[in-house]
Ligand binder design. Structure first.
Ligand code: 6GU
Length: 230
């Protein structure tokens, strides 16, 4: 998979991309992540990429020229056309189902902008879908892009090492994850449930399913309502 990110702050991505699973997935060539600075496509020597909104109002709006030029340049960097995604709080909410869907693409082109917004012609002209990571406002799309990259890359076959570990995650079956324990058997008077020490794998699987269901009911009943609708 190839992921291109168009951003005004490519350096923000350095640390998240150079640690842990994201680092290893790139080293293993499961994913190639390329960052392009939108400011390199500014038309003037001041490297201006935003301007005051027509009609007045606070903040600055990203100009269409640099984003279009940057997008068209990036698209040519690889033969695969790619699925364009605009990161904006007005987008469709990102969730695990979306992560699974996007993890099957050959190429994604993520466009991170300033929170005040994009000139409307960017959305219309690029025909990109809009994605938000939740109902709150971030200063820009960069952190959202990193969240999306992280959620997608861990789903790529081989990324986690242990093939089964993504399947058991919270949300992958619409439920929260069952409780996990490791050594020691007793910690500050809290004991690991006997069933997990029993060696009875069928009973353990049944117990885990039950636990997952109970904690979802208690902590995230909205998830159960969602799954009724499907
Ligand atoms: Cl994708 N961008 C911004 N600026 N804020 C957000 C967001 C994206 N998703 C949630 N809040």
């Amino acid at each position: 998979m190839r992921i291109d990110v168009l951003t005004l702050f490519p350096q923000m991505f350095e640390s998240p991309l150079s640690h842990s699973i994201l680092k290893r997935a790139q080293e293993m060539s499961l994913v190639e992540i390329a960052l392009t600075d939108i400011r390199d496509f500014a038309a003037d020597s001041y490297r201006k990429i935003d301007d005051k909104p027509y009609g007045g109002g606070p903040g600055m709006v990203m100009m269409p020229g640099p984003v279009f030029d940057c997008f068209e340049h990036v698209q040519k960097l690889s033969p695969e056309k790619g699925r364009g995604i605009l990161l904006t709080p007005q987008g469709q909410r990102f969730d695990q189902a979306k992560a699974v869907e996007l993890s099957k693409e050959k190429r994604l082109i993520l466009i991170a902008g300033k929170y005040e917004g994009f000139d409307e012609r960017i959305r219309i002209g690029l025909g990109a879908e809009q994605i938000s990571i939740g109902d709150y406002v971030l200063n820009g799309g960069e952190l959202a892009a990193m969240v999306i990259i992280d959620a997608i890359v861990r789903l790529l076959p081989g990324a986690l090492g242990d093939e089964d570990s993504a399947k058991d995650d919270s949300f992958s079956d619409g439920l929260l994850e069952y409780p996990q324990y490791t050594r020691p058997e007793v910690f500050r008077d809290m004991k690991v449930p006997d069933i997990l020490l029993s060696g009875d794998h069928a009973k353990i699987a049944q117990w885990r399913k039950q636990q997952a269901l109970e904690r979802t009911k208690k902590w995230r009943p909205d998830l159960l309502k969602d799954s009724d609708k499907k």
